[in-house]
Design a protein around this ligand. Structure first.
Ligand SMILES: NC(=O)c1ccc[n+]([C@@H]2O[C@H](COP(=O)([O-])OP(=O)(O)OC[C@H]3O[C@@H](n4cnc5c(N)ncnc54)[C@H](O)[C@@H]3O)[C@@H](O)[C@H]2O)c1
Length: 274
């Protein structure tokens, strides 16, 4: 008998599709049994890596087919909630792309459904494993900068945002839901305190062709007085460092690797310790 037993369905095969396809292929116990996308070209792309997968253009049909045990939902964000809810109702485990959903009520409901039916519900938080973040976490855990009292992260630059769904707040959830899903998750993974309160501000000043904010900031205040912030900006003519962490004995700076102009956000930061 093959060691690959859990039948995975890939629900949507856009830009992130290959990453999930390769990850499933590389994981013992999992195999891609089915792939669904409304765009046949994307299905063909999936078949290049998983040629034996069954194919669907209708996600309801794939979920009801009885052919999958686990679904990886990679549709645009505003449909994450409904696809996850349908899958859980059918007894299918769910890996959900970020952002998990667009409201806390939707997230709470999904978690309750998963718990009640003893199904897996996991958000794909791949940037918890980024090398720059892991390096910063290791330095902090080893006490290199003492007690962290201020943690800032930043993504952005000064450029016209794309016209794609990423920039449409109704679909994306808003500017903070994209990179913010990763960077706020990192804050919660690295700072041990209990969150006291959270504030945020969207600014809309220049890019009128889209509905996402141009500049968005979230501040997280912890009960022990520690502060964290994340800024996502399309109006930052001068970039802040990707990471700026202050501790009682030193500081860690994660500078942008500008050699990756264009895709700079995907490159690991250059880490310095002071
Ligand atoms: N974790 C990460 O690093 C990471 C990176 C990129 C994208 N994402 C997330 O993945 C999700 C998808 O992003 P993307 O960049 O791949 O988007 P994309 O626009 O490239 O692809 C979306 C795909 O969904 C398909 N689709 C839409 N509705 C569908 C439906 N009802 N049934 C079947 N297929 C449908 C489209 O045809 C398209 O192929 C988003 O939530 C995004 O935030 C995560």
């Amino acid at each position: 008998m093959s060691s690959k037993q859990i039948r995975v369905g890939l629900l949507a095969y856009g830009a992130i599709g290959d990453e999930h396809n390769y990850a499933v292929d590389a994981s013992d116990g999992l195999f891609v049994a089915a792939v669904c996308d409304t765009n046949p070209e994307r299905i063909n792309a999936a078949l290049e890596i998983a040629p034996d997968a069954n194919t669907f253009e209708d996600a309801d049909e794939m979920l009801a087919s009885g052919e999958i045990d686990l679904v990886i939902v990679s549709t645009p964000p505003n449909s994450h909630y409904s696809w996850a809810k349908k899958a859980l109702a059918l007894g299918i485990h769910v890996v959900l792309e970020k952002p998990m959903a667009l409201t806390t009520e939707q997230c709470d409901e999904l978690m309750q459904l998963a718990a009640a039916s003893q199904l897996l519900l996991v958000v794909y938080q791949n940037r918890r494993f980024d090398l720059d973040f892991l390096t910063i976490k290791d330095l902090i855990d080893k006490g290199e900068i003492g007690e962290v009292f201020s943690y800032e992260s930043f993504v952005g630059g000064y450029s016209r945002p794309c016209d794609f769904w990423h920039s449409n707040a109704e679909v994306s959830g808003g500017a903070i839901f994209d990179w913010g899903s990763h960077f706020i998750d990192q804050i919660l993974a690295i700072l041990p305190g209990q969150v006291d309160f959270v504030t945020g501000l969207n600014q809309k000043r220049v890019w009128d062709h889209i509905t996402n904010a141009d500049h968005a900031q979230v501040m997280i205040n912890f009960k022990d007085g520690v502060q964290a912030s994340f800024v996502n900006s399309d109006l930052a003519a001068a970039r802040k460092p990707k990471f700026y962490v202050l501790g009682t004995k030193g500081a860690i700076i994660g500078d942008w690797d500008e050699s990756g102009e264009g895709a700079v956000a995907d490159l690991p930061a250059i880490i310095s310790v002071y």
